[in-house]
Design a protein around this ligand. Structure first.
Ligand SMILES: Nc1ncnc2c1ncn2[C@@H]1O[C@H](COP(=O)(O)OP(=O)(O)OP(=O)(O)O)[C@@H](O)[C@H]1O
Ligand SMILES: [Mg+2]
Length: 251
């Protein structure tokens, strides 16, 4: 039951889109828990959920994780939802060894119930992202196909290296995921080429295309597979799920 953190301190690179649709794809054949660690609660609302309890209640010790799980409308998919008060946790928690392990500890009790746990991390680098890094076995780093893509990744890799040393020695990068690619543009192709040159096999084969369907789906509270099955985005995230299953089994 691996925990996969979807992480990038950069905002708007496709973390939530990836966390939601990867979870939905994996839930077609496995039991999956999606944890929304972002006070913006985009993953929670993107699945059309209005939570009664949230991961904040869990991190603050008010509710055990097993009692805070919400059933998504999709089969085999449960959610630990986010709510706006999670912003409070980002302030209340500090970088102490105890506080950054709160999520990892909270998940211990529910891990046996799920074959995959996917964490949607917030942008910015604070206590919530540290909690995600401490609780993850594997990381997926979405990288938007844009000019500054490489700069951001180097910083992320440094951070992950430090976390590995100080907090979570078993943490592995499952892959970098190129997102919002527009294959018609030279820029997109160059970015892809550059990222692959630098990071080689660490980059997932699948590239997520820029697709209006992917951007629209959350406003309907649906994963891409229900909103626009067969669309390029659906095909890409299905392929990602397969690559993830393969990589996890080889890790
Ligand atoms: N492949 C795509 N094609 C088109 N739009 C996309 C794609 N992926 C994500 N988007 C849109 O881009 C925006 C940012 O995506 P998303 O919310 O997934 O990023 P994020 O990294 O989670 O952002 P944040 O850092 O704010 O949490 C959203 O409006 C989303 O719908
Ligand atoms: Mg997000």
């Amino acid at each position: 039951m691996p925990v996969i953190g979807v992480i990038n301190q950069k905002g708007g690179v496709g973390k939530t889109t990836t966390a939601v649709n990867l979870s939905a794809a994996l839930a077609q054949r496995r039991n999956v828990l999606l944890v929304d660690l972002d006070p913006q609660a985009n993953a929670t609302s993107g699945l059309g959920l209005l939570p009664s309890s949230s991961v904040y209640d869990v991190l603050s010790g008010r509710i055990a994780a097993r009692n805070a799980l919400i059933k998504a409308r999709q089969q085999n998919l449960a959610v630990l939802a986010a709510s706006a008060d999670l912003a409070g946790a980002a302030i209340e928690l500090d970088a102490s060894a105890e506080d950054v392990r709160l999520l990892a500890k909270a998940l211990v009790g529910v891990r046996p119930r799920f074959e995959f746990i996917v964490l949607d991390a917030p942008p910015s680098f604070g206590a919530l992202t540290l909690n995600a890094l401490a609780a993850s076995d594997h990381l997926i780093l979405p990288v938007q196909c844009e000019y500054y893509a490489l700069e951001g990744i180097a910083g992320m890799m440094d951070t992950i290296e430090r976390v590995r040393g100080a907090l979570n020695p078993g943490l592995s990068v499952l892959g970098l995921l190129l997102t919002m690619a527009d294959q018609r543009t030279n820029l997109s192709r160059q970015v892809e080429e550059n990222v692959r040159k630098h990071f080689g096999e660490m980059v997932f084969e699948v590239v997520v295309p820029r697709s209006v369907r992917l951007a629209e789906a959350p406003s309907h509270g649906l994963p891409i597979f229900e909103y626009a099955p067969g669309s390029a985005g659906a095909v890409a995230y299905q392929a990602l799920a397969e690559e993830v299953l393969r990589r996890v089994s080889q890790a």
